[in-house]
Design a protein around this ligand. Structure first.
Ligand code: FES
Length: 111
């Protein structure tokens, strides 16, 4: 586990997701009841920020073309090749910590 402090809970800007940049990679934190869930922020379809999407039934719905992603698993309703990474989150006092494995490997280039 590699817990990274991403800020004070009171200072995160939920819109409904709160975007956070780690090693140049954007993730988004979402409130689900008393929990915080973290998922990659960029939609794999056309890179819209999922923090600006709509949260419904444990999923975030991208505002551009309505692809849906499960906030707990990162599963994409369009196909598993579009699944996103998710990250464990914990709160320590007023601080929010994300278990950050490092940025994803770059996608292979197509010729
Ligand atoms: S950019 Fe997210 S569904 Fe198209």
């Amino acid at each position: 586990m590699s817990w990274v402090d991403v800020g004070a809970l009171a200072e995160l800007r939920f819109q409904p997701g709160a975007p956070v940049k780690l090693d140049g990679h954007w993730i988004a934190l979402f409130r689900q009841g008393d929990e915080l869930l973290a998922i990659d922020n960029n939609c794999p379809h056309a890179s819209a920020p999922l923090c600006d999407g709509t949260v419904l039934g444990g999923k975030v719905i991208c505002f551009l073309h309505c692809w849906e992603f499960d906030l707990r698993t990162g599963a994409c309703d369009v196909g598993a090749q579009w699944n996103l990474r998710t990250y464990p989150v914990r709160i320590d006092g007023d601080r929010v910590l994300v278990d950050w494995p490092g940025p994803p490997l770059p996608a292979p280039k197509h010729r």
